[in-house]
Design a protein around this ligand. Structure first.
Ligand code: ZN
Length: 411
């Protein structure tokens, strides 16, 4: 989708602000000799920005608005090295809430809903984003934050929560707990707004059936406001995103050239109006595609397909590039296995080995199932993994994100 004239004007506004602030991207622009873009082709000459640039700017090097206009910071989790600090102006905070409220509306959630929020509050963008959007909509918020499943379930019943906001891992954990306790008829949930990690159809089906709720995928990242920049509609054919706030490109992760609409690649985002920390051509490392054409729901907002994984999720095993989503797709054809799996990669006797743990119940012959899964993976990916079948419930469940790939070669 080519950048529009109006979006170009907005980008020029952000370029001016970045040059004036002299932040990392202002310097990049100066080095590239660019102070203005006047065509889609010219836009594509703008340098990319990367998470490492943002990290190098720690602590407040991204600040692009005057300090008296900054009202808040958020921070992305610093799993490797320094965290990234994103400053927000009052307008950024409001814009984010407007986008988030739009997400709820797209999911058919109204001011009569009671929204139980389980993502974390604090430096994290998650909890407060879910809350600000819900308040703007006029819904009743039950701000639980993460963990304490006992209390979550009590409040869910007593407050008669109708919407659950959570990660897919935590939604699964709650589904299993509700079943274990036999309290499903006391749960009033109708919808789930699920964010922050990629999840497969099997897990979606499990939560949908277990809780009897409609599920919506919310998209976003801390560097770009936070969750709430896109969500699927009831037609469930991709996520609508807000192109009045953001311009999205899909690029080939190797060549970094934009690919045509419909083709898979890396999502690159430009913020059109963000003041505190505008980002231009920010590489998300998320893999997806733009879905061409209008949505049957009639919404004018363009669509992004479900996130297929991350460029850095790619596992190189015996010279073959493998994504966890490929393994997940194969497991989907085995109705006897649960939605949970774990991949461990190690280096043994000079060779890479992949072990895959899957769960099933006692009515299945474990050895036979392991052989069938291994054969299917060999047929589709080209090498034979070691498959180990375990009892349902044995693989780790998480209140946040579930770690499914453990690469022991680098640990
Ligand atoms: Zn739609």
């Amino acid at each position: 989708m080519k950048i529009s004239k109006q979006q170009l004007e907005q980008v020029n506004g952000r370029i001016d602000a970045l040059l004036k602030a002299g932040s990392f991207y202002g310097k990049k622009l100066r080095e590239a000799g660019i102070s203005h873009v006047d065509s889609p082709e010219h836009f594509e000459e703008l340098p990319f920005s990367e998470k490492s640039d943002l990290r190098d700017a720690y602590p407040l090097g991204l600040m692009t608005a005057p300090e008296n206009e900054i009202v808040r910071i958020h921070s992305s989790s610093g799993t490797t090295g320094l965290p990234v600090i994103i400053p927000y102006t009052a307008r950024d905070v409001e814009d984010w809430a407007i986008m988030f409220a739009r997400c709820y509306e797209m999911a058919g959630i109204t001011s009569m809903d009671r929204i139980q929020i389980t993502p974390g509050y604090g430096l994290w963008t998650a909890g407060i984003g879910f809350q600000a959007g819900a308040e703007r909509l006029g819904a009743m918020v039950i701000p639980m934050g993460p963990g304490n499943t006992e209390k979550q379930l009590t409040m869910m019943q007593d407050m008669r929560s109708t919407v659950l906001c959570s990660t897919s891992s935590y939604a699964l954990l709650l589904t299993e707990e509700i079943e274990k306790r036999g309290i499903r008829d006391r749960i009033c949930l109708k919808k789930g707004v699920i964010g922050s990690e990629r999840w497969g159809d099997k897990m979606r089906q499990r939560i949908h059936e277990g809780l009897g709720i409609e599920l919506y995928d919310i998209y976003g990242l801390t560097e770009i406001y936070g969750p709430g920049i896109g969500i699927n509609c009831a037609c469930n054919q991709g996520m609508h995103y807000w192109d009045d706030y953001l311009y999205l490109e899909i690029v080939d992760p190797q060549t970094l050239r934009p690919v045509p609409d419909g083709e898979m690649g890396e999502i690159v985002i430009t913020t059109l109006v963000k003041e505190g920390a505008p980002l231009i051509r920010y590489r998300t490392h998320d893999l997806s595609r733009i879905i061409p054409g209008p949505c049957p729901c009639g919404s004018p907002y363009p669509r992004l397909d479900t996130i297929m994984g991350r460029t850095d999720d790619m596992m190189k095993i015996k010279g073959v590039n493998v994504f966890p989503s490929q393994i997940e797709e194969i497991l989907r054809d085995f109705p006897e296995v649960s939605s949970e799996y774990q991949i461990r990669i190690s280096h043994l006797d000079g060779r890479d080995t992949m072990r895959i743990y899957v769960e099933t119940n006692g009515s299945v012959n474990f050895l036979d199932l392991a052989d069938r899964v291994a054969a299917k993976i060999k047929a589709s990916i080209g090498f034979t993994p070691l498959v180990k079948v375990v009892e349902n419930g044995l693989l780790p469940r998480s209140e946040k994100k579930t770690r499914r790939v453990i690469d022991e070669r680098y640990e």
